[in-house]
Unconditional design. Structure first.
Length: 107
């Protein structure tokens, strides 16, 4: 499982029929940036990568999300019989690392 930010969505008019009705998102995996010369987290950093993930929680663009890949992606009720390799399984409210909150969702 990893943290990612929803950066867009995908529309595919031609696809396997079992994917009809599935919301496909572009998600950028994130990493924690540290204060220079320390192990103290400073912020979330971009990786410059993008993956396509199915959305089973109803998230939107800009949100920080939890993503699973591989066989774990086919363990949700909605994806157990789908050709899924990445699925958004949670929307992050806050994240703390090393005693420091490095992400807090807006209310």
């Amino acid at each position: 499982m990893f943290l990612g930010r929803v950066t867009g969505h995908v529309v595919a008019s031609q696809k396997d029929k079992v994917l009809n009705g599935q919301k496909l998102l572009v998600v950028e995996p994130l990493n924690v940036k540290y204060e220079e010369g320390t192990n103290k987290p400073a912020a979330l950093g971009n990786t410059g990568r993008a993956i396509v993930a199915m959305d089973v929680v109803g998230c939107g663009e800009g949100q920080l999300v939890l993503v699973v890949q591989g066989s774990s992606a086919r363990m949700t009720e909605q994806t157990k019989n789908l050709p899924a390799d990445a699925v958004v399984v949670g929307i992050v409210d806050s994240a703390v690392f090393g005693g420091k909150t490095f992400y807090q969702a807006r209310e």
